[in-house]
Design a protein around this ligand. Structure first.
Ligand code: ATP
Length: 194
């Protein structure tokens, strides 16, 4: 069993996340991809971001809705249940120990790969899982000491971010097609990102 772990804030989940995951699932021949919404993101600690972050419950529900039609996608509440600041090293350790016969891959976009050296215990992460690094519009992929632990996969450039979507909601603009229709409905029903 080859399993991808895809962590993020998913505030909200959008088509960028889904296209990334589907492409990588196919290219890397993964049997499934587990989306892992974080509790508190370690790298987005500024007050501006934290005030815009939907509750873990809402983000988890939105990811559940976003992936429900893809039989290869799952959502884990491991980071939300653990609570506090979410560290990837703890999450990958959990999966590797829980499912010792599986091979786990950690999905990392170009924006995150460049910051990997600032994460908690990156050396431990690459001991436990192989990295799958993919491009993200606007972010170059630098050579780094972690490159040797990574497979690089080119995906279509989708210039969509959760920040841009939140800002559109705030200014009353359409987010149709940027998020799955039911995620859009959820955002309006719960009054998120106003
Ligand atoms: P925000 O704009 O709020 O910072 P985001 O859109 O970057 O959020 P995250 O939940 O932080 O969304 O996404 C997790 C990871 O998914 C990102 O760090 C990035 O690596 C990847 N990702 C998100 N959107 C895209 C995209 N459009 N293309 C490629 N990768 C993406």
């Amino acid at each position: 069993m080859r399993v991808g772990i895809f962590g993020g804030t998913f505030n909200p989940p959008h088509i960028g996340h889904l296209i990334v995951a589907e492409f990588i699932r196919e290219e890397a021949k993964l049997n499934k991809i587990i989306f892992v919404p974080c509790a508190i993101p370690p790298h987005k600690q500024n007050q501006g971001y934290l005030s815009q972050i939907a509750s873990p419950h809402h983000r988890f529900e939105m990811v559940k809705i976003a992936v429900k039609n893809n039989p290869f996608f799952e959502v884990s509440d491991i980071e939300i249940k653990r609570g506090g600041v979410s560290y990837t090293v703890e999450t990958v350790s959990y999966f590797v120990e829980r499912f010792p016969t599986y091979t786990f891959y950690l999905l990392i976009g170009a924006d995150q790969f460049r910051e990997l050296h600032t994460w908690k215990d990156p050396d431990e992460i690459v001991k436990r899982v192989r990295l799958i690094v993919f491009n993200r519009y606007g972010y170059a992929i630098p050579e780094s000491k972690f490159s040797q632990f990574a497979d690089f996969i080119t995906i279509p450039n989708i210039d969509v971010s959760a920040s841009a979507i939140r800002s559109r909601v705030r200014s009353g603009k359409s987010i149709r097609y940027l998020v799955p229709a039911e995620v859009e409905e959820y955002i309006y029903a719960k009054g998120l990102y106003r």
